[in-house]
Design a protein around this ligand. Structure first.
Ligand code: G1P
Length: 296
């Protein structure tokens, strides 16, 4: 199984930090966001990862390369040495350029040659789930059973529907219930206003797609925001009879795509760290209770 990580975006929400540093390399404690995503892929048994990159983002690939010069200097520090080697051991990383950023569907379209005719996973480069509550393994199982498109949903407040692909759903066949809270998808719409949203079930940044998606992307015109949307390409296949299912995910997910979500992710993962979590939690509690922490 291969995974595709579209990561060519400009990350305007994080400027000026992302003028030079790709947003996928912003650190969450001491690892870049992208490493958490590749860790999630590796945990699900995916060892072939295609990064769809763009101008100025090659440092992402360097992160998964060896650094013999650094490794030599860390010979006496086995823990740091292991941490430096870890990214390279997670997966085989391949890259491909998206020369213009014309939408998520457009980006995924570039993966066709690398992926071939097998189903594959798409993992968006700014969100990940807790490794203790994995999502991808059940999605891969579900795809193997249905042969169709498999998505993951989170329930979101209605006022947030305009940030996501939103689905209408029906109960799924009972034989799929062992894989979690599985629903059958009957419709998909990209970023609807709350009054137009068919539900509050939002598409998360994890997809398992059959290779038929590439031909469908080729037939997809510009949609929401003037971009070629993956949601619209999946909608075409759905209308043509392809089974589309989703798992409603109720575990912990981290969304680093916006400054607030990024900060929440850093704080949550720092609190969980064995080495500095206890000290950080204590400081955080004191800070929040202090005058500076309560200032509005
Ligand atoms: C993309 C998809 C959207 C999905 C979202 C999840 O939007 O187009 O359907 O719900 O990711 O994060 P973006 O966040 O790239 O605007």
């Amino acid at each position: 199984m291969k995974a595709v990580i579209p990561a060519a975006g400009l990350a305007t929400r994080f400027l000026p930090a992302t003028k030079v540093v790709p947003k996928e390399l912003l650190p969450v404690v001491d690892r870049p966001v992208l490493q958490y995503i590749v860790e999630e892929a590796a945990q699900a048994g995916i060892d072939d990862v295609l990064l769809i990159t763009g101008r100025g983002k090659t440092a992402m690939v360097d992160h998964f390369d060896r650094r013999p010069d650094l490794e030599t200097r860390l010979a006496e520090k086995p823990e740091l040495l292991a941490a430096v080697r870890r990214p390279e051991q997670l997966a085989q990383i391949y890259t491909c350029r998206q020369p213009e950023q014309l939408g998520l569907g457009h980006a995924v379209g570039y993966a066709g040659t690398h992926v071939g005719d097998q189903p594959f996973a798409v993992m968006l480069g700014d969100e990940f789930v807790s490794l203790s509550e994995p999502l991808l393994p059940a999605m891969l199982d579900l795809q193997a059973r249905t042969g169709g498109i498999v998505l993951a949903f989170a329930e979101v407040p209605l006022e947030e529907t305009k940030r996501y692909g939103i689905a209408s759903v029906a109960p799924a066949d009972r034989s799929l219930a062992d894989l979690g809270e599985v629903v059958e998808v009957t419709g998909l719409v990209e970023k609807p206003k709350p009054e137009d949203a068919p539900s509050n079930l939002a598409v998360l940044g994890r997809y398992v797609l059959p290779s038929a998606i590439f031909e469908a992307i080729g037939r997809t015109g510009k949609g929401s925001g003037g971009e070629i949307q993956l949601t619209d390409a999946m909608g075409l296949l759905l209308k043509e009879g392809m089974p589309v299912h989703a798992i409603v995910y109720r575990g912990t997910r981290y969304d680093t795509g916006m400054p607030l979500g990024y900060l929440q992710t850093v704080v949550q993962l720092a609190c969980e760290r064995e080495d500095l979590g206890a000290e950080f939690r204590q400081w955080l509690g004191e800070f929040v209770a202090s005058d500076a922490g309560r200032r509005t």
